[in-house]
Design a protein around this ligand. Structure first.
Ligand code: ATP
Ligand code: MG
Length: 421
């Protein structure tokens, strides 16, 4: 396992492994800037000729300067590693992109071409450490509440959203698709297993070209039996607050590196009607019956800073077929969206658990109930009412870190034009 300098602090003789971020020779002394998984520090080599190149991976035996070792509160800063032995474990060719940006910054596209190098940058690495805490704290939150993690299939036979474009695949003699959501399957989990969550990749074939859409994303989903839309919104509120508190606690250094001061968001609940009214009152003109566009989402964030904004009770026609019609006469559904820092991070709602209601809505939406037979039939055997939601992992990461482009928070993004690396 890679040995970082901070794990060796306090020892007389240290053995560390690191990348040579940079080096410079003056006479018989060579100064190394070394970078391990946590720190960047200086090494000094005396009277040795070594073949060096940026980003070569090395193993070093040496000692830390006395002055530093005497101090009780050791910090890596101002430390110097005196190199006694150095082994080039793996040499590096000339770099296609710099790890330390000097002058003009490398464009995102080029950085993504060499993403495996790009993620060596401490500020990029910090994003993925934080994303890891987000997914882990999501799991912990629901695990502690007695939920079980399920593994929905990634290959499906029918569309779960109706309108959404799917990636078709050849499945022996049949036609199949990559799942664009675990929606239907997590519902089937909830009606028999009670409380379920999943963390799964999904694929969406829309020809997006935006800074907030990709064609492959990760979703953090829950589905709960005997809960309505309001109850799962409360769970979402508490879950996001728990995630933010966890990141603040576990990623102090990473947040410092990114210059982010995270605030645990409070929750604001608005009905769709109320949100449309508030937007218009604030000078953002939007018609009743329209979806919230990115401008509207940003405007709401201006009105309610540092908040999770829930917009609930949407018109039935703006929500997917499986959403419960809360008030048929008023045309109101039990669907909701959650916005954070001006971005939709989650959608959810109460689902339809009655076969006849489901068939009615499918027909109204111009979908053929025959294509959903297995799904409809699943609700014929004592299916409890149930609700849930789905957070986009990349969306919540970019919203929290206020990063503009979703590609920055995706390890190896898949968009309309990018399939490698
Ligand atoms: P949007 O309206 O923002 O395009 P959506 O309403 O189509 O998203 P949902 O079906 O509600 O998306 O998916 C649940 C969540 O998954 C969204 O709230 C969002 O966080 C995330 N998400 C959905 N599609 C994408 C995508 N193409 N790229 C990135 N994240 C996405
Ligand atoms: Mg949505």
């Amino acid at each position: 396992m890679i040995k970082n300098l901070r794990d060796e602090l306090g020892k007389k003789e240290v053995v560390v492994e690191a990348w040579i971020q940079d080096y410079r020779s003056s006479g018989k002394i060579t100064f190394l800037i070394l970078r391990d998984l946590y720190d960047v520090y200086q090494g000094v080599v005396k009277n040795k000729k070594i073949d060096l190149s940026q980003e070569s991976f090395v193993r070093i035996k040496g000692y830390l300067k006395d002055a530093v070792l005497k101090s009780n509160e050791l910090t890596i800063k101002d430390k110097e590693l005196v190199v006694e032995e150095i082994e080039i474990v793996s040499p590096a060719d000339p770099l296609p992109i710099p790890i330390v940006e000097k002058g003009v910054n490398t464009g995102l596209d080029k950085r993504l071409d060499y993403r495996y190098l790009d993620i060596r940058k401490p500020s990029v690495r910090a994003i993925f450490r934080i994303e890891s805490t987000i997914i882990n704290s999501f799991r912990r939150f629901f695990y502690d509440k007695g939920f079980i993690e399920i593994q929905p299939p990634g290959i499906i036979a029918t569309s779960t959203e109706g309108g959404t474009d799917l990636f078709p695949i050849k499945y022996f003699e049949k036609k199949a698709f990559l799942a664009q959501s675990p929606q239907l399957y997590k519902q089937l989990g909830a009606i028999s297993l009670g409380r379920v969550f999943s963390t799964s990749p999904v694929w969406r074939a829309e020809k997006h070209n935006t800074t907030r859409h990709l064609n492959e994303i990760r979703q953090l989903d829950i589905e709960v039996a005997m809960a309505d839309d309001m109850e799962v919104m409360k769970l979402l509120e508490e879950c996001i607050q728990f995630i933010v508190r966890s990141v603040k606690k576990e990623n102090k250094e990473d947040l410092g590196l990114l210059g982010i001061n995270l605030v645990v968001p409070k929750a604001v609940y608005l009905s769709y009607d109320g949100a449309i009214k508030e937007l218009n009152n604030a000078g953002y003109s939007i018609l009743h019956g329209e979806d919230l566009d990115p401008g509207a989402e940003r405007k709401l964030a201006e009105l309610y800073p540092d908040s999770i904004i829930f917009v609930h009770s949407w018109p039935i026609e703006l929500k997917p077929f499986y959403i419960w019609p809360k008030d048929k006469n008023k045309g109101i559904s039990a669907g909701f969206d959650a916005l954070l820092n001006g971005l939709e991070i989650s959608s959810g709602g109460q689902r339809i658990h009655k076969p006849e209601v489901l068939i009615g809505v499918l027909k109204e939406k111009g979908l053929n109930p025959e294509n959903f037979k297995w799904y409809i039939d699943a609700f014929r055997y004592g299916a409890p009412p149930h609700s849930g939601w789905s957070i986009g992992l990349e969306r919540i990461t970019m919203a929290l870190l206020r990063i503009e482009n979703i590609r920055e928070v995706t390890l190896f993004p898949r968009d309309r034009h990018r399939l490698t690396p």
